[in-house]
Design a protein around this ligand. Sequence first.
Ligand SMILES: Cc1ncc(COP(=O)(O)O)c(C=O)c1O
Length: 467
Amino acid sequence: MQLNEQSEHTSRHQYKRPIDLIGNTPLVEVSCFDVGPCRLFLKLENQNPGGSIKDRIGLSLIEQAEKDGKIKPGGTLVEATAGNTGLGLALAAITKGYRLILVIPDKMSTEKVNHLRAMGAEIILTRSDVEKGHPEYYQDYAQRISESIDGAFYVNQFSNPANPLAHELTTGPEIWEQSNREVDAIVVAVGSAGTLKGLTNYFRKVKPELEIILADPEGSILADHVNRLPLPKPGSWFVEGIGEDFIPDQFDDTLISRAFTITDGESFAAARTLLRKEGILAGSSSGTLISAAVKYAREQTEPKNIVTFVCDSGNKYLSKMFNDFWMADQGFIEKEQQGNLEDLITRTYSERSVITVKATDTLLHALSKMRMFEISQLPVVKDDQVVGIIDEWDILTAVEKGSETALTSLLEPYMSTNVVAVTVDEKLSTIITLLKQGLLVIVNKDGAFHGLITKMDYLNHLRKKLT
Ligand SMILES: Cc1ncc(COP(=O)(O)O)c(C=O)c1O
């Protein structure tokens, strides 16, 4: 059964609904990575209508539950998800008229969560830093919620056979045909292990000698499990949607010949290269997959056709992996070290990346900037020098008497001058003393404003030295 045949309307009305466009994603060859004697192909799962590989299972999980009589018209679905399964389920749920409740770990990108809310899903955020068995662990939490709602169906992608089945019936055959039956290795990562199990089930039948390569984020235990190493204490990682702190029930390693552990830094670098060199805006996990594919390819002495996935779109990660400031703050982009206070400053005034206001701006302008950039204080600049700072308290003081027209006043009389300027050569110990006095520390270079050092910059600097 092909996915297109799963929806009862499709044969009569080709592609009438977004869910009819799920699957049959393109396979493209990329050449921007050094893959030795091999060729590297990417299956663009980001082109599914809900934006990820999980659209395939969203539809399959719901349609199988309908067939099994587990959901009634207008019923409630509950799922634990890193976000993409939620989007796949939401797409099918809105088409079919179900209520959807999703439990999501709080490390997931705001873009995904906002997207889900905007699709009408009810979102419960839970802790990312707890392991299976803890009451706030996202899967345990979702199960409890489903049990508390009459007639609700806990979708449970982690042990629902309709998850791997979607990949066995669609993803596998598509790769086989699109590669002209010449695929030698497929690189996969594992969340629920549905993709891995579905591909394993399919290729065991058509090409049992196919190699499956596991790409696993550093901190996950799956690569060590495959490599028969003692299981480490699970760590944490930034890449979303893949890696586990337990062995999923569906984890089938019969075709896995190799497992690679990939750091967040390697994943982000690969995804950024893919965008710069090929114009493909892929999510963070695609970087993990490509890094592992490249490592595997370079080990080969014979030419091999390697297929891996762009599992979702990078537009969900624009504020993180594709944001140079976030990358620098997290230590993924190394600046050339100057051995002075410049090393603590990620946003510089000369690059126009410090958000400031002018002394001649109004309070309303300052308030709008605070809202736009979600910050609570702004340096006030006059002739390229910081002359003060304006924060929410200063604005509240100005409007104390309840007159909103005060907002149109110039801000200069209301700003505080609790700022102190130092040069880039000032000692770090002086900075901590100044910060403890509650002063805003302005760093000048060659006589002009260079950047700020906040408490967070100082702490970030110490944290980066630890890693
Ligand atoms: C973002 C994302 N979600 C999910 C998956 C696969 O997950 P699963 O093991 O649940 O099929 C991948 C695989 O690479 C992924 O990158």
